[in-house]
Design a protein around this ligand. Structure first.
Ligand SMILES: [Fe+2]
Length: 246
C-alpha cells in the first residue's frame, strides 16, 4: 500500500504494486499459471466465510515441534535446531488470536518428504517436515524445527531456492487462507532466487526475511528467528495466493 494513502478506512484495498505480478517469465511456471483473461471478482458466500471451522482440540502435543513430531521415540531430526516465533497481526498491529498457522519445509539437506521430490539429498527418517500451531490471545505463535537446507530446482540452468519455510495462515473459514514463505536473515541465496525476484519492492522481500533473535535463543539448544505476519495494510506480508485473485 502506498505511503500517500491514509489508513483511516475500515478496509484496506489490496495493493497490486506490493504483491508481484502473476506473469513473471523469470519464474518459469508463472507463465502457464498466470491468468490469460480478465479477472472476475466474486463475493464470498456466507458458508465460505463462516465454515467449516477447525477445532482447537484437533492439535496434538507435538504438532508445533517438528524436531520430534515425526521422530521415533527418543530420537530427533538432524540439523540446526531453531525456534521460529512471531505474531499474526492485523493492519493496525493488533494480534490475531485463534489463527491456525501451518508450516511445511525441506529437511536440513534441502529434501522434501514428498513422492514427487527428486532431489538427491537424503531423507531424514526422523523428520516429516510439517507442523501447526494456533495463535495465542495476543496473536503470538511459536514452533521448533530444524533449519531447512537450500535446494536446486529446474527453472534456469542453476537455480537454487534459499532456505525457507512455507506458511499457511487460516482464519475462521476456508475462504480466509493465506500462504507465504519465510526466509532466513543473511542467506545470500535470497537475492539470487527467481521466485523472490518476482517481488517488485525490496521492502516486501525484507518483510519475508526472519531476523535472528538472540533474545529468544535457548543457550546450548536452539537459535531463534522472529517472523511477524501482517494480514493487510501498509506493512502486509506478501502472500503467494493473492497473485491472481482478490
Ligand atoms: Fe519450498
Amino acid at each position: 500500500m502506498s505511503n500517500e494513502r491514509p489508513e483511516t478506512g475500515a478496509f484496506f484495498q489490496r495493493d497490486r504494486q506490493w504483491q508481484p505480478p502473476a506473469y513473471t517469465p523469470g519464474y518459469k511456471t508463472s507463465v502457464v499459471r498466470s491468468p490469460q483473461k480478465a479477472l472476475i471478482s466474486l463475493d464470498n458466500t456466507l458458508s465460505e466465510i463462516t465454515g467449516p471451522v477447525f477445532g482447537h482440540s484437533m492439535l496434538g502435543a507435538l504438532d508445533a515441534d517438528l524436531i520430534h513430531n515425526f521422530a521415533k521415540a527418543g530420537e530427533s531430526a538432524i540439523g540446526p535446531r531453531i525456534i521460529v516465533h512471531g505474531r499474526v497481526l492485523d493492519e493496525r498491529g493488533k494480534g490475531v488470536a485463534g489463527a491456525l498457522v501451518e508450516v511445511w519445509q525441506a529437511n536440513a539437506g534441502g529434501r522434501y518428504r514428498h513422492k514427487k521430490e527428486s532431489y538427491l539429498a537424503p531423507l531424514d527418517p526422523n523428520f516429516g517436515g510439517c507442523g501447526r500451531v494456533i495463535t495465542d490471545a495476543d496473536g503470538s505463535y511459536c514452533f521448533r524445527t530444524i533449519q531447512p537446507g537450500p535446494y536446486p530446482w529446474p527453472n534456469g540452468v542453476n537455480d537454487w531456492r534459499p532456505a525457507h519455510i512455507h506458511f499457511s495462515v487460516f482464519g475462521h473459514g476456508f475462504a480466509q487462507r493465506l500462504i507465504t514463505q519465510m526466509y532466513f536473515e543473511g542467506d545470500p541465496l535470497i537475492w539470487r532466487c527467481p521466485i523472490v525476484a518476482t517481488i517488485p519492492d525490496r521492502a516486501a522481500v525484507e518483510g519475508l526475511v526472519a531476523a535472528l533473535d538472540m533474545q529468544a535463543t535457548i543457550p546450548m539448544d536452539a537459535r531463534a528467528y522472529k517472523f511477524d505476519i501482517v494480514l493487510r495494510g501498509r506493512r502486509s506480508t506478501l502472500f503467494e495466493n493473492r497473485l491472481e485473485g482478490n
